[in-house]
Design a protein around this ligand. Structure first.
Ligand code: NAG
Ligand code: NAG
Ligand code: NAG
Ligand code: NAG
Ligand code: NAG
Ligand code: NAG
Ligand code: NAG
Ligand code: NAG
Length: 796
């Protein structure tokens, strides 16, 4: 009687391997070699033991016993697998659970202590727990999720789901699901050199996504019925809502968060929820790497533009590399453009123009090495987006944008030849997501893959050079318009760094390269080899969320005459900004200490600075005052082109309050009179300081330490501005010009323009001072008139 019963039981429920453990008690261990050394939950849903991740490497893990291929839900040591022999998981007598490698090194441990006897158990929920005799949890795996959240597992402030690196690589990947500093659940791409939020939709306010940033409890839970609820008001139900199916919410390796239900009959997983339509895998920044193009087709796939090959055939995030080196030299000779219809690369806008023709946009891009290509809107708006880097490529049949990639002429030619031959071969196209869809349709997707390969054909045609033209630039950017185009200058190429990363980069803040009112700047080298200036801010009073918000506004600003902000760090009291490193240091060193600058160079510096400030004042999305313009804050790159540093500080330090009044800041000698009079501060205060810099460029004298032999009417000291004005009124212009300069006759005009504009800028009545964009125009009149190219430079 008993035997048939037992047999019946076993035929319905395959017996767990005989020796599976129910618990691990103090002093016990599990050995990697022993196939019977694994824990099983009371009803057998979950198992926990050593899981093979490579030829001879194992991770201590928890998996669904009955799913096909043992779906992992948790790993102890995902980034440090242990050897297939002699590795052990031991529950020490001192209550610490320790994972050791073959050579005895501790790879992972719970660092727990307890007075009484404890044991390790795997619960039916999938929670691996250390508990004492009164069933109190001393440690639980639910507190340390890897890429999966199980029903009943609380998702907290400190929790993060981190994707696997690739479909078969269990290492921590780059996609994160977590509560951001603004209390909202986000999907974030956190790659080696950039990070960005890609869900919820970032182009609209948080409320429009149905979220709230005001509940700081930051807690979310997936319940047994398949309902998910979070403190930011985000909630959803599984499509098969109700008790029954076993579920998991997983941050998948392709950057999409998915809820799955297990089909117990086949062991296959069925997707029962994905984020709303606006999370488009193609919008996952970094998915296809440099130059790579993502296309929804109907599932996201990456490809390289013609003339480019995959940089690493196993990893799309490495992107594409050109068949020919794209150096500035190779490009300066014979440049051409590869055209990609219906394609755009998001972010990295190096400049922007509206109501211009394609030819004009081309010329803007041709005018600088920094431009790697441009996007041009085909909807009649004449919008032109020259770009400094081509990342986050995206192709959609209805996208009214054409992309032009800047490449050497020779490359376009060879691409034309080989490309036309290869049209019937599969292009570098791969379906990234096919294995994640419901089972049984694989072949159809493979067929789609082939189809995409055949169909994708990109017209490559020689671009005709058209003569330079003049164009009008409309300076006001209309935000809505940009959003409609799907084109907001995103905070991309912008990363949040950890304190440890920056400490390492700067070798513990060793090499100081500058000091200012807000902190000290150190030179450093990032893990990816980029040289940076790291500014340690002092006295930031803002909370982290506010700081992050302000910093990301500054991070969006991208102009060749402004020092680029690459990222920031906000960890407890450590607040830091990470800037591009500008090789030639600040203007004061070149102007006051040595005399290495000739008049032409000084003039170009004046023009560059004006363009940078004009962009800040009038064109960037957030209107920003600098408030501390002086030669120390104007940096010079290899080509002595000016880059304004330290902008946006007034936002971070809130020195200008809501009504525009401010406590006096800035530097003696450069302050506009209205600072002293406690008037509302506006952009004209920056214009004044800029004017002083112009006068310094003319005289070579330092305004902040200027002492004149003459005294003023009131017997006091005379500042540089008054001294110049007096001499100019007296007709002694020659006296104020830097004696170290040899100004030739034909250069006199430049000198006069600098002096004249400088004096206009430092007028007492700020209504009489010109605005920065007018200054750019005034200065443009003397920029090498024989080269129309240079005048074309006034686009920004
Ligand atoms: C285990 O299975 C039995 C029988 O199906 C069920 O009654 C019990 O509730 C299950 N236990 C858990 C913890 O799910
Ligand atoms: C794993 O083993 C296979 C076959 O035994 C071998 O081809 C492969 O190179 C090995 N991989 C590694 C990383 O050792
Ligand atoms: C299970 O793993 C095998 C071998 O790694 C693979 O071929 C198969 O597609 C996997 N099945 C599922 C459903 O993931
Ligand atoms: C288990 O731990 C809890 C909390 O530390 C403690 O209050 C309780 O006394 C412990 N029980 C035993 C049997 O040690
Ligand atoms: C915040 O969220 C938690 C969890 O959803 C909820 O219990 C609490 O009432 C919320 N607080 C407020 C002020 O809405
Ligand atoms: C989920 O289903 C439950 C029960 O039908 C319902 O009360 C709840 O509002 C649903 N939640 C969502 C987000 O649809
Ligand atoms: C590209 O540059 C690298 C080093 O800068 C050089 O080794 C390589 O030969 C160049 N390739 C071509 C095709 O010019
Ligand atoms: C297409 O494929 C055939 C056979 O592989 C090859 O001979 C031919 O050159 C390819 N290209 C074109 C444009 O037909």
């Amino acid at each position: 009687m008993l035997i048939p019963l037992l047999l019946a039981f076993f035929s319905v429920w395959p017996p767990p391997p005989v020796m599976a453990l129910q618990r691990l008690t103090s002093g016990d261990y599990m050995a990697v070699e022993n196939a019977n050394h694994f824990l099983i939950s009371p009803n057998g849903t979950f198992s926990s033991g050593f899981y093979r991740v490579g030829n001879n490497s194992y991770c201590y893990s928890i998996w669904f016993t009955n799913s096909f291929n043992k779906t992992l839900v948790w790993m102890a040591n995902r980034d440090k697998p242990v050897n297939g022999e002699q590795s052990r998981l031991t529950l020490n007598a001192d209550s610490n659970l320790v994972l050791t490698d073959a050579d005895g090194t501790v790879v992972w441990s719970t660092d727990t202590v307890s007075d009484g006897e404890i044991e390790l158990r795997l619960l039916e929920t999938g929670n691996l727990v250390l508990m004492n005799q009164s069933q109190h949890f001393i440690w639980q795996s639910f507190d340390f999720p890897t890429d999966t959240l199980l029903p009943g597992q609380r998702f907290l402030k400190s929790s993060t789901l981190i994707s696997m690196r690739t479909q078969r690589t269990y290492l921590s990947g780059f996609y994160y699901f977590k509560f951001n500093d603004d209390n909202v659940l986000n999907l974030i791409y956190n790659g080696p050199s950039l990070s960005s939020v890609y869900w919820p939709y970032t182009m609209v306010l948080v409320f429009e996504n149905g979220r709230t940033p005001y509940n700081s409890s930051r807690i979310a839970i997936l319940d047994e019925m398949g309902g998910f609820q979070s403190s930011d008001r985000f909630k959803f139900n599984a499509t098969d809502y109700g008790f029954g199916p076993k579920r998991r919410l997983t941050m998948d390796y392709d950057g999409i968060l998915r809820l799955y239900s297990l089909d117990e009959a086949t062991g296959a997983w069925k997707i029962t929820w994905v984020p709303d339509g606006r999370v488009d895998a193609c919008m996952v920044h970094g998915l296809c790497g440099d130059y790579g193009i993502c296309e929804y087709n109907p599932f996201p796939s990456c490809s390289c533009p013609p003339g480019f090959n995959r940089a690493d055939s196993s990893d799309w995030t490495k992107g594409c590399k050109p068949l020919m080196n794209l150096t500035c030299e190779s490009m300066s000779k014979e440049v051409d453009f590869i055209q990609l219809p219906n394609t755009d690369y998001f972010g990295y806008d190096w400049s922007y123009a509206q109501h211009v023709s394609i030819e004009v946009c081309r010329n803007i891009c041709l005018s600088s090495c920094e431009c790697s290509g441009f996007g041009y809107a085909l909807d009649g708006s004449g919008q032109c987006y020259p770009k400094s880097a081509l990342r986050n490529g995206y192709r959609k049949p209805d996208l009214a944008v054409k992309m032009f990639l800047k490449v050497p002429k020779a490359m376009v030619k060879s691409t034309m030849d080989t490309y036309s031959n290869e049209l019937n071969c599969s292009m570098e196209t791969e379906l990234v997501m096919n294995t994640h869809m419901e089972g049984g349709k694989g072949s159809k997707f493979e067929y789609m893959g082939l189809l995409i390969g055949v169909v994708v054909a990109i017209g490559v045609s020689e671009v005709v050079f058209v003569g330079f033209g003049w164009w009008f630039i409309f300076r006001k950017r209309v935000r809505e318009e940009l959003v409609n185009m799907g084109y907001v200058v995103l905070a991309m190429g912008f990363k949040r760094f950890s304190y440890d990363e920056l400490k390492r980069a700067t070798k513990n803040f060793k090499q100081e390269i500058g000091k200012g009112g807000f902190g000290t700047v150190y030179k450093g080298e990032l893990d990816d080899g980029r040289i940076v200036g790291v500014k340690r801010l002092e006295g930031v009073l803002q909370g982290d969320a506010e700081f992050w918000a302000e910093v990301s506004i500054i991070g969006k600003i991208n102009h060749k005459n402004l020092v680029k902000l690459w990222g920031f760090c906000a960890e407890k009291h450590h607040k830091m900004l990470v800037y591009e490193y500008v090789r030639n240091g600040s203007l004061d060193k070149h102007l006051f200490s040595s005399c290495s600058l000739n008049l032409d160079q000084r003039y170009e510096i004046a023009v560059g600075t004006a363009k940078g400030l004009s962009y800040l004042h009038e064109e960037c999305l957030e209107w920003i005052l600098h408030c501390d313009i002086k030669p120390q804050n104007i940096l010079l790159d290899e080509g002595l082109e000016a880059k304004v540093a330290d902008f946006g500080m007034s936002k971070l330090f809130r020195e200008i309050n809501e009504s525009g009044f401010s406590k006096v800041r800035g530097t003696r000698g450069y302050l506009a009179p209205e600072w002293m009079m406690n008037l509302k501060i506006d952009a004209k205060a920056d214009v004044y300081s800029y004017g002083v810099v112009l006068l310094e460029l003319v005289t070579g004298k330092n305004a902040s330490s200027f002492r004149s032999s003459t005294t003023g009417d009131d017997g006091g000291c005379v500042d540089l501005v008054k001294w110049i004005m007096k001499n100019v009124e007296d007709g002694e212009v020659g006296k104020v010009v830097d004696q170290r300069l040899n100004v030739e006759e034909d250069q006199m005009k430049k000198m006069k323009v600098l002096l004249k504009v400088g004096l206009q800028c430092v007028r007492e009545d700020r209504n009489l001072r010109p605005v920065m964009s007018t200054i750019v125009e005034l200065l443009a009149c003397c920029e090498e008139p024989e080269e129309p190219d240079v005048h074309g430079d006034v686009y920004d």
